[in-house]
Ligand binder design. Structure first.
Ligand code: ADP
Ligand code: ZN
Length: 629
């Protein structure tokens, strides 16, 4: 059970309990009033003992016993005063009966006294009605409780979080490394600040801006910065929040949100993950999703409904523009699309500077080399990197973040947490040979990357060790020989296992390597036109079926060609594997020496590794620039 649900149930029970209590009070109030009613007939209630004494002293003229034996009404001889007595029927009131008989009191039995008609009506109708009323109140209160299932009752009433952030406090200077996007958005800020300048010359103000880019690249940050720069309120919610369990709620949420935004104009509405609502209608497995379509339609209607310049600008973010419904992208809707991509070297440097502002770095740490070592990192990863490094520095009782902490934080983010070193065992030896295989092949091939580090300290996620190269900024434009050497390097681990331990002893340790090899070889044949099958793309990387469009696999080739593709792929991998094996076999002594050293020190950096290799053989000159860290 989720904690939210638990809290809801606890509240519910508390309320039910208070209801029970208030009902009990009400009922005792009514019974009290009933006895008060009887009292007004000036009948004095006396005690049993008193009555018994009266009977025994022969002062009772007449007595009416109620048939249930619980009460009696007596008429006293002096002045015909009426008294009432509550009896206990347990013993059949034998003593009283005996005394009555002995004194010859006129005794009659009658039905128990009934409350008057009004009170009967009250207790039969009024109390149940009160009960219903109270239940209704409780339900209403529940329905207003935040997080309760009351949304069913209040039909998509705005949640409190729809209230805007008045000041995001984020400025453009906090967003770094994505300057083109910033420039384009500068215009939107001006729209919000001085709308008259644009309307005066008849320019239409944009209604929607779509930010396209992978997660963590700063889309949310950008949207907040627009609001911050223009000094307008910022409404935000995510697409998946729109799509709710209950039919109709999604659409009314949208209506609500836009209404609130219009009341607060000028302002920014930010919708994260818009693909969750704005996906191509009627697509995906099992056809469309009614609820989502209603929500989307409502959003389109709202955006169309903006009169001229309402001052509301919708900023949406997605990393899947390909699955968006084309209706969303039409003019007058999200007609402005801005790509926010992974930052390049320069961009990473800028982002690191922003996040290093509030951190203490040792003087010799250069953000330029950190930027060089982190291609493919998004802004969020870089922020995380510096934070991890700061945590490591604190844990090591250091005053400032040093190079070592940054290097460790990079490994931690890209590969995994460090685990305890392995005990000396045959397994450790095998891992050492596997990694030396990778590292040696990498070092001996001209077009593979430059070795950065080799280690046999295990990492979380079942990683026994790793050998990694210095990342190359020029990724994305790789030559055939670079790809082939990379594949050979990836197969170096298994090659070493086989050469050293024999065919029967090879392990599952290479499965990750094979997956990467399979992907690369397939790309070479089917997309890069780098095989005997010639030029041309035979496949495009297939999108996930569940995410809209792309229901059909995009293979436009015959079974026969498919066969040839498979053979080509195997051929490439085979050739690379032979190369790797040959390199290991030719350098067996070197391999053994490297493994002995690695078993001893557990981690070697590229420089140290190359020094040992150079004692045995010539290392080819690399094209990749070396980064000294
Ligand atoms: P997205 O919305 O694209 O998934 P966010 O805007 O939520 O990414 O980014 C998450 C965090 O990462 C930000 O709060 C910020 O700390 C950091 N970040 C991301 N991109 C940048 C950037 N370009 N400049 C500075 N910080 C960034
Ligand atoms: Zn491997």
């Amino acid at each position: 059970m989720s904690s939210g649900k638990k809290i809801f149930l606890a509240n519910f029970w508390r309320r039910v309990k208070t209801t029970v209590v208030s009902l009990a009070i009400l009922q005792s109030v009514t019974t009290l009033s009933v006895s008060a009613q009887t009292d007004t007939e000036s009948v004095v209630t006396i005690s049993y003992t008193e009555l018994l004494a009266n009977v025994k002293e022969n002062r009772v003229q007449k007595i009416d016993l109620e048939s249930n034996g619980l009460a009696a009404e007596a008429v006293l001889k002096d002045g015909g005063r009426r008294v009432r007595v509550d009896l206990i029927a347990r013993d059949g009131n034998t003593e009283l009966m005996k005394a009555l008989r002995e004194n010859g009191v006129d005794t009659a039995v009658k039905a128990p006294q009934q409350p008057t008609l009004i009170w009967q009506l009250v207790s039969t109708f009024f109390v149940p009605m009160l009960l219903i009323f109270i239940l209704l109140m409780v339900l209403r209160r529940l329905s207003n409780a935040p997080g309760g299932p009351g949304q069913t009752l209040s039909f998509g009433k705005t949640k409190a979080r729809f209230s805007p952030e008045a000041k995001t406090g984020i400025m453009f200077e906090d967003v770094a490394g994505i300057d083109t996007a910033k420039e384009e958005l500068q215009e939107v800020v001006t729209f919000l600040k001085q709308p008259d300048r644009f309307t005066a010359v008849g320019a239409k103000i944009p209604k929607g801006v779509l930010l396209i880019g992978p997660p963590g690249t700063g889309k949310t940050l950008l949207a907040k910065a627009i609001a911050g720069e223009a000094g307008v309120p910022f409404f935000s919610l995510s697409g998946s929040e729109f799509v709710e369990m209950f039919v109709g709620v999604g659409a009314s949420r949208v209506r609500d949100l836009f209404q609130k935004a219009k009341d607060n104009a000028p302002c920014i509405i930010f919708i994260d993950e818009i693909d969750a609502v704005g996906r191509q209608r009627g697509s995906g497995i099992g056809g469309g999703n009614d609820e989502r379509e209603q929500t989307l339609n409502q959003m389109l209607t709202e955006m169309d409904g903006f009169q001229g310049n309402s001052g509301v600008i919708v900023v949406a973010a997605t990393n899947r523009p390909d699955v968006l419904d084309s209706a969303l992208l039409r003019p007058g809707r999200f007609d402005r699309q801005i790509t926010v991509d992974y930052p390049d070297y320069k961009g990473r440097q800028e982002i690191l500077k922003v996040h290093a502002r509030n951190k203490k770095l040792e003087e010799n740490v250069s953000l330029e080399s950190v930027a060089r070592l982190t291609p493919g990192f998004a802004g969020a990863d870089l922020a995380n990197l510096l934070n991890e490094a700061a945590i490591l520095a604190a844990r090591r009782y250091k005053e400032a973040i040093g190079e070592l902490e940054i290097a460790d934080a990079i490994d931690r983010i890209t590969i995994g947490l460090t685990m305890k070193p392995m005990l000396d065992s045959s397994k450790k030896r095998l891992v050492a040979y596997h990694e030396v295989g990778h590292a040696l092949v990498m070092t001996l091939l001209k077009n593979a990357s430059l070795l950065d580090k080799i280690t046999i300290v295990p990492r979380s996620g079942g990683i026994g060790g790793f050998a990694k190269g210095v990342p190359d900024e020029e990724y994305g434009l790789e030559s055939r020989s670079q790809i082939l050497d990379t594949i050979t390097m990836m197969l170096g681990g298994r090659a070493a296992e086989e050469v050293v331990f024999g065919d029967a002893e090879i392990t599952t340790g290479a499965s990750g390597d094979f997956q990467q090899v399979a992907r690369l070889t397939r790309l070479m044949v089917t997309q890069f036109g780098m095989s005997d099958l010639g030029l041309g793309a035979l496949e495009s990387e297939s999108g996930e079926v569940f995410l809209g469009r792309n229901m059909m696999p995009q293979n436009d080739y015959s079974v026969k060609l498919g066969d040839r593709i498979d053979r080509q792929i195997r051929q490439i991998a085979q050739n690379c594997y032979y190369t790797a094996k040959r390199l290991i076999e030719e350098n067996r002594d070197l391999c053994d020496r490297l493994v002995d050293i690695l078993l001893d020190v557990e981690t070697l950096d590229g420089e140290e590794f190359r020094k040992i290799v150079a004692e045995y053989t010539k290392i080819p000159e690399k094209k990749t620039a070396s980064v000294k860290f």
